[in-house]
Write a protein that binds this ligand. Structure first.
Ligand SMILES: Cc1ncc(C[n+]2csc(CCOP(=O)(O)OP(=O)(O)O)c2C)c(N)n1
Ligand SMILES: CC(=O)[C@@H](O)[C@H](O)COP(=O)(O)O
Ligand SMILES: [Mg+2]
Length: 589
């Protein structure tokens, strides 16, 4: 028996029957549903709370899924999922074999385009709109919901620039809450602030200059006003942009107050909003903290050091340097391509640039890494956080391609520290000035070393090391995955296995490898990354180049997109967990 309005709703047609005056009650219940479930199951909170009314209004006015709705990034689509047939499954959000934390075509007809990386919605929706025209369907509506930080990204402008010269049925909803994960930055943010403060469109309306029918700003929490404006826009032909003002975290006091923390707060008390304490046991620091603290230490000693992040100051901990040296640390917004070439420009002038970009987001700036940095041998220091399997963010966010996509670029050093001390030492070494660019990749989350604040020691570029002697088979490891190897050895009776940490996938330590291939008949390579073109491939190429006949087994991620789940679950599925490694050792020894 339905006790609340939301209980009686599975799909949009269930609430399209309601009078607009009943919708605020639905919004109240939906907001509570999101708070209650994210409080225990975790996930992205603030953005979804901010678009509860907008989500209801869009599905109420437009005939989804026949009318096409594309969410940009998609971290704000929890309400969308709950109102489109997934309320009863929503407790599996971001869990292994559960629903994805982002819209996904395979998951629902209402998820019209897979998202996770920002600023794709306009291009995707425009593609669908042009297709509708070509197929003679002049009725179908196409809506892209884009945030104020995402619309400032280059790709979004490319979509606007194209849409502006079409007469497609495209409605861009600019969801303006003046924040990304961290406060939004840049001239467009300042323009939007002026526009939203004035409550009337500026004379210098950027969107009208691009031939968009601009309307707003509208209060994004006023359902009646939203519905009225959306109904009007349904009748307007050609590209339109509705500027909506919302508040990230709306409806939960702490989430409104600390919007950065409550972007993805972890577990919290759904009644009070207070965060639940994490483990009180002394833990190793997160890699991101070691990066941020170390960069400040280095920057204090060297005025040439610059820090750059594309919109992830808190997530990367570059915020520590931004707070201490605001003149030398830059949040460039969601602009990975600009971040890389901006770094290259600085490097031409002798600046020592630490460009911190999540591994998965660097994929967006691949040409800039090749064309602007490596081809010109500009010694930019790329710090790739979130490399390897990242866990619940899933297939769109795993940083599993970087070893492969970087190893093939000439003039680039590629290093994976196995712990926080190694991260600090490579950062220190890079700060002394290298004559080539370097990419340093490290994983999301905690490291392994409690006592990490050691004095810096300079690392020899291209040099690997033996971290455990043994006369039986040898394991060649790169980066932090060696933790799983060491666990595998302690959990199994297998001794006499040698472990080597190559550290550098490029340049390879060929001197060490010759010694390994001469000493060990059977060799296992292991990486937290794709096998195709990754570390194992590099070792196979080495063996082929020198005509070694050793038995080589490559452990890594097969030709697939690992889904979402815990890091441990996904590493198990990919065959690089401690248990899988010990099973492999038993089989091969
Ligand atoms: C290419 C890319 N870079 C960075 C991110 C990380 N990220 C996720 S959400 C977000 C902020 C989005 O802000 P906005 O577009 O204003 O949407 P809101 O969260 O305010 O709804 C960022 C930077 C991403 N998803 N994709
Ligand atoms: C939605 C999005 O892309 C970001 O919020 C991302 O999920 C951040 O990842 P971390 O939580 O690893 O910083
Ligand atoms: Mg925003």
């Amino acid at each position: 028996m339905a006790t609340t309005l939301l209980d009686s709703i599975q799909y949009p047609e269930d609430f399209r029957k309601l009078a607009p005056g009943q919708l605020p009650q639905l919004a109240k219940e939906l907001r509570k549903f999101i708070i209650d479930i994210v409080a225990t199951k975790e996930g992205h909170l603030g953005a979804s709370l901010g678009v509860v009314e907008l989500t209801i209004a869009l599905h109420y006015v437009f005939n989804t899924p026949d009318d096409i709705l594309v969410w940009d990034v998609g971290h704000q689509a929890y309400g969308h999922k709950i109102l489109t047939g997934r309320k009863d499954d929503f407790h599996t959000n971001r869990r292994l074999n559960g629903i994805s934390g982002f819209p996904k075509i395979a998951e629902s007809v209402y998820d019209t385009f897979g998202v996770g990386h920002s600023s794709t919605a306009i291009s995707a929706a425009l593609g669908m709109a042009i297709a509708a025209q070509l197929n003679g369907d002049s009725k179908r509506q196409h809506i892209a919901v884009v945030g104020d930080a995402s619309i400032a990204s280059g790709m979004a402008f490319e979509g606007l620039n194209h849409a502006g010269v079409t007469n497609t049925n495209l409605l861009v909803i600019l969801n303006d809450n003046a924040i990304g994960i961290d406060p939004s930055v840049g001239a467009l943010k300042e323009y939007l602030t002026r526009a939203s403060v004035k409550k009337t469109p500026n004379q210098d309306n950027i969107f009208e200059a691009l031939n968009f029918d601009y309307s707003g700003p509208v209060d994004g929490h006023n359902l009646i006003a939203l519905i009225q404006e959306l109904e009007r826009l349904k009748t307007v032909q050609g590209p339109k942009l509705l500027h909506v003002i919302t508040k990230k975290g709306k409806g939960l006091r702490q989430a409104e107050k600390d919007q950065v923390k409550y972007h993805a707060p972890g577990k919290f008390d759904s009644n009070t909003g207070e965060l639940l304490p994490k483990s009180s046991v002394l833990q190793p620091p997160k890699f991101q903290d070691v990066f941020g603290i170390t960069l400040v230490e280095l920057a204090e000693k060297n005025p040439k050091i610059i820090g750059i992040t594309p919109a992830m100051p808190t997530g990367s901990s570059l915020k520590l340097m931004m707070d201490k040296f605001p003149q030398r640390a830059f949040d460039v917004g969601i602009a990975e391509q600009h971040a890389v070439t901006f770094a290259a420009g600085l490097a031409t002038q002798g600046m020592l640039v630490f460009c911190n970009i999540y591994s998965t987001f660097l994929q967006r700036a691949y040409d800039q890494v090749i064309h602007d940095v490596c081809l010109q041998k500009l010694p930019v220091i790329f710090c790739l956080d979130r490399s390897g399997i990242v866990g619940e963010d899933g297939a769109t966010h795993h940083g599993i391609f970087d070893l492969a996509y970087l190893r093939c670029i000439p003039n680039l050093i590629v290093f994976a520290p196995r712990n926080e001390v190694e991260l600090r030492n490579i950062m220190y070494t890079a700060s002394l000035g290298l004559n080539l660019p370097i990419a340093i990749r490290y994983p999301r989350g905690r490291g392994s070393t409690i006592d990490w604040r050691k004095p810096f020691t300079k690392k020899e570029i291209g040099k690997g090391e033996c971290i455990k002697e043994g006369n039986n088979l040898a394991i060649l490891s790169i980066g932090t995955i060696v933790k799983n190897v060491e666990k595998a050895l302690t959990e199994s009776s297998i001794q006499e296995v040698a472990i080597y940490d190559l550290g550098f996938i490029k340049p390879l330590d060929e001197k060490l490898l010759h010694a390994v291939f001469k000493k060990h008949k059977t060799i296992i390579t292991i990486e937290d990354g794709v096998k195709s073109g990754g570390f194992g491939s590099a070792i196979l190429e080495f063996a082929a180049n020198y005509d070694y006949k050793n038995t080589i087994h490559v452990a890594g991620i097969e030709d697939q997109f690992p889904e979402h789940g815990s890091v441990e679950e996904l590493q198990e599925l990919c065959g690089i967990s401690p248990i899988k490694i010990s099973q492999l050792l038993k089989k091969l020894q």
